[in-house]
Design a protein around this ligand. Structure first.
Ligand code: SF4
Ligand code: SF4
Length: 396
């Protein structure tokens, strides 16, 4: 896979002369080349990789805006040469999209690349498409944009959801209307079968997937990623820090550079969207993006963590048949990770609301789940469900 380098200065210069279109094709979808002939010399800037067959190339480091509420961190990322920013309709009750809309209002539209996501509940209700369109119109308004570069169906869980024609038809319609350039879905499910189903559906431009060194089924996932890449689907990685902490309590921050570099070793991954929200976190990510190879120290560090209990649920599926309440335990473990790893209780609350869970475990006197990762799932669930009763004003 071709990998080249570009920096913000070059990018803006190219945009100003009209050549920026070589990097980001316009909404009309004209054929566009990758920026191979517009790069800085090796060692400068951030490497870029092609995003499937979209004719767009993105820096290997992007910004997951999710937790960020300081536009100056977005400014730092933009100034450093990042131009892909990932948000969602639900993040910070819409304030995340609003912040990006305000920040980019005076920037050339072809100098940034925006992705947002909209979550639909399963089973889909009768007015699913009307609801999707309404919320997407609201997202565009918040972003102050006529179109987004990627619209994802947010957090698909089941394998069948990726090929659900009600979803794919609704996304395709928005693409045809020019409100979306590329369509995709995001997934925390860690199910390679879901990627295969998406390839077979034949409509997706991009998949945003959890991908990190802690995953349970890496061989199968890598095989699915390779097949998706061959089919021209762009692969973007999230959850790359495996929860952001080395330990199960979320006390010791993980080595972000090692985690990011591990992901970049897979050349089919176009870019990663780490959710940095302050300058220190950003600096660490940026340093990694200028030197993608893992050092021996980093390799050993990750090897030492591979069997340790951390905050990342490997979605092994063991608990699915053990829980009498049929709780979505992997999603609840993710919600716990948001609170204790990301220190982002508001997202925990939003996730619990999306899952429609305000209390749980009332039918058990003792937990029936035996988790191979060592999670005390009942304890973790009990620790987060009270957040649904806390006003968002008091949550960060
Ligand atoms: S058993 Fe543990 S690791 Fe496996 S899916 Fe359930 S919570 Fe996650
Ligand atoms: S206590 Fe354990 S088994 Fe019982 S509902 Fe909660 S998670 Fe499921």
């Amino acid at each position: 896979m071709k990998q080249s380098r570009v920096n913000r200065r070059d990018f803006l210069r190219l945009s100003a002369t009209g050549a920026g279109a070589f990097l980001l094709p316009n909404i009309a979808g004209a054929a566009v080349s990758t920026p191979t002939n517009k790069v800085t010399s090796e060692g400068e800037g951030i490497p870029v990789r092609p995003l499937g067959k979209t004719n767009v190339s993105l820096p290997v480091l992007s910004m997951g805006v999710m937790r960020a509420d300081n536009p100056n961190v977005v400014r730092a990322a933009y100034s450093a040469g990042l131009f892909h920013f990932d948000t969602a309709h639900g993040y910070q009750n819409g304030r995340n999209e609003e912040m990006l809309g305000n920040f980019f209002a005076d920037k050339p539209r072809d100098s940034f690349f925006i992705a947002t996501k909209i979550k639909s509940h399963y089973p889909l209700h009768d007015n699913f498409e009307e609801d999707l369109n309404k919320r997407f119109a609201q997202s565009l308004m918040r972003l102050k944009m006529d179109y987004v570069d990627i619209l994802y169906a947010h957090a698909l869980g089941e394998i069948s959801e990726a090929s659900d024609t009600r979803i794919t038809d609704a996304l395709l319609k928005l693409k045809k209307e020019g409100k979306v350039r590329f369509i995709g879905f995001s997934t925390h499910a860690q199910k390679p079968e879901q990627i295969h189903a998406a390839i077979d559906a034949g409509i997706y431009d991009v998949i945003l997937l959890s991908y990190n060194f802690k995953m349970n089924n890496l061989a199968e996932t890598d095989a699915a990623i390779e097949r998706a890449a061959k089919a021209g689907i762009g692969l973007i990685a999230m959850k790359s820090m495996a929860g952001g902490a080395e330990d199960a309590e979320g006390k010791k921050k993980i080595n972000a550079q090692a985690c990011l570099k591990w992901v970049w070793q897979n050349k089919h991954i176009t870019t990663i969207i780490p959710g940095f929200s302050n300058f220190d976190e950003f600096d660490e990510c940026l340093a990694a993006a200028h030197s993608l190879e893992l050092t021996e120290f980093e390799k050993n560090y990750l090897a030492d963590l591979s069997d340790k209990e951390m905050l990342f649920c490997r979605n092994c599926g063991t608990c699915a048949s053990q829980c009498p309440e049929k709780l979505p335990i992997p999603d609840l473990m993710r919600a716990y990770m948001y609170a204790y790893g990301y220190r982002y209780a508001q997202l925990t609350k939003e996730t619990l609301q999306e899952l429609n869970i305000s209390n749980a475990c009332s039918t058990c006197t003792s937990c029936k789940v035996s988790c191979p990762s060592g999670f005390n799932v009942a304890q973790k669930i009990a620790a987060i469900t009270p957040l649904t009763q806390v006003s968002s004003v008091f949550l960060t």
